[in-house]
Design a protein around this ligand. Structure first.
Ligand code: HMG
Ligand code: MG
Length: 302
């Protein structure tokens, strides 16, 4: 059967660059404020619609991002880019608002064990803590994202049924009165395209596919295949991290995020439009590699 022909507006894909947050939260090497700002400024040049810039979480829990305020104060903000940050509670909300964040991201999970390790509370308790964040966001007209982690597998509970993901998504939507972007976090990076298809079949009835964001990690090297399957099924929003940085300190076994360069290469090849300059992403990826002491693989041609 012939491929359906999509109109131009249906070929637009939004990429949120999460390297400065998901990438740098997990680094053992000390990355200076100046280097973080250099990386974010290089990413801004590439034209991302959103850069997840840092986290206003407890510095006791994630010391790598204790400098979130200084980072926000030092970056050059490009018009057209949203500079977002993770906020776990009211204390984080105050710090985030004082730093002038453009978008707030709360985070919970489909697995109680992971939620407990990551946030020291239950899924219900985490959502109760988010209520003031939702309220403040509404007053300030700020957009909010709600992450649901462990959508395919949990490091402590094993396989996660898509119905459990749907339950957490529904709870978030209710608490935020529908004013929330849902991001599905494949925290461990072990999903196959079939897992993603099952997940989307479970959640797609709750949130329209085109409004869901997919946050893939890439431990098993299948994240690009998973993104391609999600695209086939109507997902148009993805997170990615330059140089494939990433991981969660509270998810043992989780490796880097889907690399922005890899995702862009697939999207460019298949005729999707992102508005992002791939060459400038490579410049940023080299900075990311330099400041974290990693190597970056230059893409060849297909
Ligand atoms: P807690 O220990 O239960 O909270 O942690 P607490 O209220 O007892 O606070 C402990 C200390 O931290 C206190 O200081 C607070 O003042 C302080 P002390 O009195 O001991 O001196 N504190 C704060 N300081 C600054 N900013 C704050 C803040 N909150 C408390 N916001 C808490 C509960 C939620 C704070 C903690 O569990 C936490 O910060 N967790 C964050 C963990 C995290 O950032 N994980 C990584 C991000 S999630 C992820 O990577 C997954 C994702 O990528 C999607 C995916 O891949 O699946 C999003
Ligand atoms: Mg992540």
């Amino acid at each position: 059967m012939a491929e359906p022909i999509l109109k131009d507006e249906d070929r637009r894909v939004r990429i949120t660059e999460v390297g400065p947050r998901d990438g740098l939260q997990n680094e053992s090497a000390k990355v200076t404020v100046e280097d973080k700002i250099r990386l974010i400024d290089a990413l801004s040049q590439a034209g991302f619609p959103e850069i997840e810039t840092s986290s206003f979480v407890s510095p006791k829990w994630v010391p790598q991002l204790a400098d979130a305020g200084e980072v926000f104060a030092g970056i050059d903000r490009r018009p057209g880019t949203l500079y977002s940050a993770l906020v776990p509670n009211e204390r984080g909300l105050e710090r985030a608002l004082a730093s002038g964040v453009d978008k707030l991201a709360v985070f919970t999970a489909a697995s109680e064990s992971f939620c407990d390790r990551n946030l020291n509370t239950t899924i219900k308790g985490s959502i109760e803590r988010f209520r003031p964040v939702f309220e403040a966001a509404r007053r300030a007209s700020l957009p909010v994202r709600g992450y649901v982690s462990c959508v395919v597998r949990c490091p402590f509970e094993g396989a996660i049924d898509p119905a459990r993901v749907g339950e957490t998504v529904t709870r978030l939507l209710e608490a935020a009165d529908g004013r929330i972007e849902i991001a599905l976090g494949e925290t461990l990076g072990v999903a196959t395209p079939e897992d993603i298809q099952r997940l989307l079949a479970g959640v797609g009835g709750i949130v329209p596919m085109g409004e869901l964001d997919l946050h893939l990690h890439d431990t098993n090297g299948r994240a690009v295949d998973c993104a391609a399957r999600a695209l086939d099924l109507g997902v148009r929003r993805f997170d990615a991290s330059c140089a494939g940085l990433g991981g969660c300190p509270y998810a043992p076994g989780a490796a880097g995020n889907l690399a922005t360069e890899d995702l862009l290469r697939m999207l460019d090849r298949d005729g999707w439009s992102t508005g992002i300059d791939s060459d400038k992403v490579l410049v940023a990826a080299r900075i990311a590699a330099e400041i974290t002491g990693r190597s970056v693989v230059d893409p060849g041609t297909d």
